[in-house]
Design a binder for this molecule. Structure first.
Ligand SMILES: [Zn+2]
Length: 232
């Protein structure tokens, strides 16, 4: 078998990440009634994601839902292809829905050096989150509203394994947690308040939108990061 496209790697029981994607990490959560993807990476990642699912024994139709942390091109780039290939429902925060549906531009910082006005390739959203609800995924996966990087940015909290999927509220680059690039962040101060909210969860595992997961040893480096960037 050819492994040039990378292979899914286990993180914790029922929780996996895809590998070899250029930018924007994608996670797979495995329940008995089907699979959940979190984010979809950039536009050319769909083939790799589908190939890695297949290599692990999963047909595209096994994917029942795709959760989106926020509607940036490196998180929803392969969403049109993956929704089409899997038939999965797309779930997101209400404020990200018009962005993901291509009706509204990606929200940019109000001033300073900004990226060009961007609309993503549209995908229909099937369901929006109802506050900080707990989803019936992995026995209970809670939405944590973490606005700032984008207005409807969310993280996902799995209390049973003390795990947070952070999206882009925190980056993890070269073994160091960092703030998301100010250039690509709608409201950096609001994002800091969201990091403080994540800190309070006392997570032990952090799964980032960019960077390698930190498994079971994240509490101390998260505290150190929060102090370093003035969140606490
Ligand atoms: Zn982003």
């Amino acid at each position: 078998m050819c492994h040039n496209g990378g292979a899914m790697e286990p993180i914790l029981p029922q929780i996996f990440t895809f590998t070899g994607l250029i930018a924007g990490r994608v996670y797979m959560l495995q329940d008995t009634d089907g699979l959940t993807l979190v984010d979809t990476s950039i536009a050319n990642a769909g083939d790799k994601i589908l190939a890695q699912l297949k290599a692990a024994g999963h047909e595209p139709a096994a994917v029942k839902r795709i959760l989106i942390t926020h509607g940036h091109p490196d998180h929803v780039g392969s969403l049109p292809q993956l929704k089409q290939a899997t038939g999965a429902e797309v779930w997101c925060h209400p404020l990200e829905k018009p962005i993901i549906q291509g009706e509204q531009s990606v929200v940019r910082r109000p001033s300073g050096f900004r990226p060009p006005d961007t609309k993503v390739k549209p995908t229909t959203v099937d369901r929006t989150f109802n506050g900080e609800e707990t989803l019936p995924i992995l026995g209970g996966l809670q939405i944590i509203n973490t606005p700032g990087h984008s207005p409807g940015h969310v993280s996902f909290w799995h209390p049973a394994s003390k795990l947070v999927i952070t999206g882009d509220a925190i980056f993890y680059l070269m073994n160091k947690m960092t703030l998301p690039l100010a250039f690509l962040t709608a409201d950096a101060e609001e994002n800091k308040r969201s990091i403080k909210k994540l800190l309070a969860l006392k997570a032990e595992t952090l799964l980032f939108g960019h960077g390698q997961p930190i498994v079971r040893t994240a509490a101390a480096p998260l505290q150190e990061f929060a102090q370093r960037v003035g969140v606490v």
